[in-house]
Write a protein that binds this ligand. Structure first.
Ligand SMILES: C[S@@+](CC[C@H](N)C(=O)[O-])C[C@H]1O[C@@H](n2cnc3c(N)ncnc32)[C@H](O)[C@@H]1O
Length: 369
C-alpha cells in the first residue's frame, strides 16, 4: 500500500474502533476497551521501557520527545508525564482527533497528522528521544527505512532513538501429530457432555463478511471435570465453537469459530470465553448456533446437550465504505537495519530480542548519534 491508501485504512480503523485497532486484545473489540485500562497499558509500557534505558546507562535530557505513529496517544500521554514537551505524529486524522480529546498535557503536547514519507515538519536536532512502537511493521519497508533515517536527522546529538521492528518469522515448531497425542487423552464419558451456553450479549444485525467477537458464558453442568486443552494437544480437546444455519435450518457453515477453555472447569463451574466468529458473506436471515465440542469426538448437542441459538440478520456493509480496513505486516532484516543506521551516522547502543514465542523475530533498536 502506498501512503495515501495506508492513510485511508488507518482512518477507517481510527473512526470505527481505534482502541482495538491499536491493542488487538481478544474481548476488547467493538468498543469494549475501557479507556482508563487502555491508557494504563501505555503508562506501564513506558515506565518499564524508561527503567530499561536507565539500567542500560542510556541517558538523555527530558526536554522534547516524539512518539511516531502515536495513534490515540496511548504512549504519548505517558511519555508527556516525564518530558517538558511531547509531540505525537500519525498518518491518520481520525486517530489524531481522538488523541487530542485525550490530551492531559495542554500546550506541552502537540499532535500532528503527517502523510509524507519524511518528517520535514521537524527541524534537524529537535528531539531528545524518538520513540516508536508497533508502527514500522505496518507499512511498506521503503517507508519504514525513510522514517528511521529521519529519526536520526531530528534527534539531538547524544539523544536516543528507540524503535521496534520485526525481522522475519520465527522458525516454525513441528506440527503436533494427533495420532501420537490421542492415546494420552481418553475421550470424555457421555455423561460429561452437558453444558449451559449463554452469550452475554449479541447484536441482532451484523455486516456480511465481517468478524464478530461474542462473550459467551459456559457452565459445566455435568458431574465430570473438563480438562483444558494443553499446548501439546493443539488440535484436540474441549472447545467452544459455532455453526451458521440458514432460514431453512440448513447448515451453511459447520466449523467456524473456536475458543479454548483457559483452564480446567470443574462440575458446576462457569467461565466467560471470547468466541470470534466469521459472519457469512451472503446477506440474509441466519441462526447462529453455539455449542461445546470435543474435537474429533463429538459436538455436545449430538450427546443431548442444549445449544444456544441466536437469530441474526446479516446485511450488506454500509454504502459509505466500500472496503475492509487492513493492517499490513512487514519485516526488515536486522542486518539491513544495522547498515541503514550506520549509513545515517547513527550509533547502535543495543539490539534487544523481544516478544519471543509469538511467531516473529522481533527486535527493539536503541540508537544514538
Ligand atoms: C498499532 S497502532 C500503534 C499506536 C501507538 N504506537 C501505540 O502503541 O499505542 C499503529 C499506528 O501507526 C500509525 N501509522 C501507520 N502508518 C503510519 C505512517 N506512515 N506514519 C505515521 N503513522 C502511521 C497508524 O495510524 C496507527 O495509529
Amino acid at each position: 500500500m502506498e501512503l495515501a491508501e495506508l492513510q485511508k485504512h488507518w482512518d477507517a480503523f481510527g473512526a470505527e474502533d481505534p482502541l482495538w485497532a491499536i491493542m488487538t486484545v481478544p474481548g476488547k473489540r467493538f468498543g469494549r476497551w475501557d479507556v482508563n485500562d487502555f491508557f494504563e497499558t501505555g503508562r506501564r509500557q513506558v515506565a518499564s521501557q524508561v527503567e530499561y534505558f536507565h539500567e542500560r546507562g542510556m541517558h538523555f535530557n527530558r526536554g522534547r520527545v516524539l512518539d511516531f505513529g502515536c495513534g490515540v496517544g496511548r504512549l504519548t500521554q505517558a511519555l508527556g508525564d516525564s518530558f517538558q514537551e511531547c509531540d505525537g505524529v500519525d498518518i491518520s486524522a481520525a486517530m489524531i482527533a481522538r488523541a487530542r480529546q485525550h490530551n492531559r498535557h495542554g500546550d506541552r503536547c502537540r499532535y500532528h497528522v503527517n502523510a509524507r514519507d519524511d518528517l520535514a515538519i521537524f527541524a534537524d536536532n529537535t528531539f531528545d528521544l524518538v520513540y516508536t512502537n508497533i508502527v514500522l511493521q505496518h507499512m511498506q519497508p521503503k517507508y519504514a527505512r525513510s522514517y528511521i533515517a529521519e529519526f536520526l536527522r531530528i534527534i539531538v546529538p547524544g539523544g536516543l532513538v528507540f524503535f521496534q521492528m520485526p525481522a522475519g518469522t520465527e522458525p516454525a515448531n513441528p506440527e503436533p501429530n494427533p495420532s501420537s497425542t490421542i492415546s494420552h487423552r481418553a475421550p470424555l464419558p457421555d455423561s460429561a457432555f452437558r453444558a449451559k451456553i449463554s452469550p452475554t450479549e449479541h447484536p441482532a444485525t451484523v455486516w456480511a463478511g465481517s468478524q464478530l467477537e461474542l462473550i459467551v458464558r459456559v457452565k459445566n453442568l455435568s458431574g465430570c471435570p473438563w480438562k483444558a486443552t494443553g499446548r501439546e494437544l493443539d488440535r484436540l480437546g474441549l472447545r467452544l465453537g459455532n455453526h451458521w444455519l440458514n432460514e431453512q435450518n440448513q447448515v451453511v457453515e459447520y466449523d467456524d469459530g473456536r475458543a479454548d477453555l483457559p483452564g480446567d472447569l470443574e462440575p458446576g463451574e462457569e467461565v466467560d470465553l471470547v468466541l470470534t466468529i466469521n459472519v457469512p458473506k451472503v446477506p440474509g436471515s441466519y441462526l447462529l448456533e453455539i455449542d461445546m465440542v470435543e474435537e474429533f469426538v463429538s459436538w455436545f448437542k449430538d450427546k443431548g446437550s442444549e445449544t444456544s441459538v441466536l437469530p441474526i440478520e446479516v446485511k450488506t456493509p454500509a454504502a459509505e465504505r466500500d472496503f475492509t480496513p487492513q493492517m499490513q505486516m512487514h519485516t526488515i532484516d536486522k542486518d539491513e537495519i544495522i547498515s541503514l543506521i550506520n549509513n545515517h551516522s547513527g550509533k547502535i547502543l543495543e539490539i534487544q530480542r523481544v516478544n519471543e514465542g509469538k511467531g516473529l523475530l522481533d527486535y527493539n533498536y536503541y540508537v544514538t548519534k
